[in-house]
Design a protein around this ligand. Structure first.
Ligand code: PMP
Length: 406
């Protein structure tokens, strides 16, 4: 049975105070807190089992390599990837998208080719494609959301032309919480012969993800939002796409042989992983994902669906609050502004005095902000350990902001 208090007890940071008030952490969209098992795993990896990976034959290097490589299998299970060889470790989603841009897209695209994107992408799923626009004359084709912040999968497919070489799309918006029907997009894209790269940064933390069922070519996740360490992450890459990719970062580990006039590459996925990696970060990510799977992804989804429904009702009851994004299928992410109140930074500062952590700003999603015609929002994003009582605290804090500023 899912017991939120038992979950909370596993996160030491949740028992601290901020500004003399119990911490109410609602900034999970930016980065999530870490359970004790992840902290213990990091401590053990550095304190008892640390050495470089893939290099030494000595005992510690073997243990460290086994622990590190075990995460690949864990991620494959977490995403239901057919094989752990389809999982490439990265430092997070930003690196993953740059890997796809440099290693897969750049050698395959020409001036006039097109990439279809949604208007609600995070900069990490925009700027690597801008490189191709700027340097090679690739065209970025934008598909807009409707007034509710929903993205019609058919609109994405309608944007595909014979010049489209890639669809790059988020699974869940980091600003609006909108859940995108990536499965329908992938099905339509497949019949048109267009690969799909999915940004799963905000999705994989809230719901079970099955890349085989989605049918995508690339699916990126980032450890720090998955209750794991920062600097860890991975991307699922379909083997057909892996076969088309050239290496990205060059150095140790990604090669088979290096001579004066010749170099040959290691097999995938190692071909795409150069140099000493984030060893302990990746081991910690393995512990975080095992922890999430033990809690149960369905339990996490259901608990957060309850929080989302409750937060929606409470926030909708504040008639001076403009909640952005009224998508029916919405993850536990709420962006809002207060009518007549100052900058969202002011709201965030007042909430912080109450121990409530939210994010204020553009959320690395400037095209979406321009589309919505606003400069910035406040964002409350919930995680597995949040409670209805914390939704109530947020509402109290917002009522205070309304009194102070509006
Ligand atoms: N995409 C989305 C939707 C995100 O929310 C984020 C993190 N804010 C990123 C990409 C960037 O991920 P990372 O921090 O791993 O580089």
């Amino acid at each position: 049975m899912f017991d939120v208090e038992a979950i909370r007890a596993q996160f030491p940071i949740l028992s601290r105070e901020v500004n003399g008030k119990p911490l109410c952490y609602l900034d999970n969209g930016a980065s999530a807190q870490k359970p004790q098992v992840v902290l213990d795993t990091i401590q053990r990896a550095y304190g008892h089992e640390y050495a470089n990976v893939h290099r030494g034959l000595h005992t510690l290097s073997t243990i460290s390599t086994e622990n590190y490589e075990a995460t690949r299998g864990t991620i494959a299970r977490f995403l239901n990837a057919p094989s752990e060889d389809h999982i490439v470790f990265t430092s997070g989603t930003t690196e993953a998208m740059n890997l796809v841009s440099y290693a897969w897209a750049m050698p395959r695209m020409q001036a006039g080719d097109e990439i279809v994107l949604s208007i609600m992408e995070h900069h990490a799923n925009i700027v690597p494609w801008h490189f191709l626009r700027e340097r090679m004359g690739v065209k970025l084709v934008w598909v807009e959301t409707d007034v509710n912040g929903d993205l019609d999968p058919q609109a994405v497919l309608d944007a595909v032309t014979e010049r489209t070489k890639l669809i790059a799309i988020t699974h869940v918006s980091n600003v609006l919480g909108t859940v995108v029907d990536v499965k329908s997009i992938c099905a339509g894209a497949r019949t048109r012969g267009v690969p799909v790269c999915v940004d799963g940064s905000q999705a994989a933390v809230h719901m079970p993800v099955d890349v085989a069922d989605i049918g995508c070519d690339f699916y990126a996740i980032t450890g720090h939002k998955l209750y794991g360490p920062s600097g860890s992450g991975a991307i699922f890459i379909h083997p057909d796409r892996q076969a088309e990719m050239r290496p990205f970062i060059g150095g140790g580990d990604m090669i088979r042989d290096v001579h004066r006039d010749e170099v040959t590459w290691n097999d995938p996925p190692h071909k795409f992983e150069a140099g000493t990696p984030g060893i302990v970060q990746t081991i910690g990510l393995g512990a975080a994902l095992e922890w999430m799977m033990n809690v149960g992804m369905e339990n996490i989804r259901d608990h957060e669906a309850d929080l989302t429904a409750y937060a929606r009702t409470r926030l909708d009851g504040l008639n001076w609050l403009n909640v952005q994004g009224k998508s029916r299928d919405k993850a536990a992410i709420f962006s809002f502004t207060i009518e007549g109140a100052g900058h969202p930074h002011d709201i965030s500062t007042v909430l912080d005095k109450k121990g409530i952590a939210v994010r204020a700003g553009q959320h690395c999603a400037q095209p979406l902000m321009e589309h919505m015609g606003i400069n910035a929002t406040c964002r409350a994003s919930f995680g597995v350990y949040n409670t209805r009582a914390e939704v109530d605290k947020l509402v109290e804090g917002l009522e205070l902001c309304h009194e102070l500023f509006a």
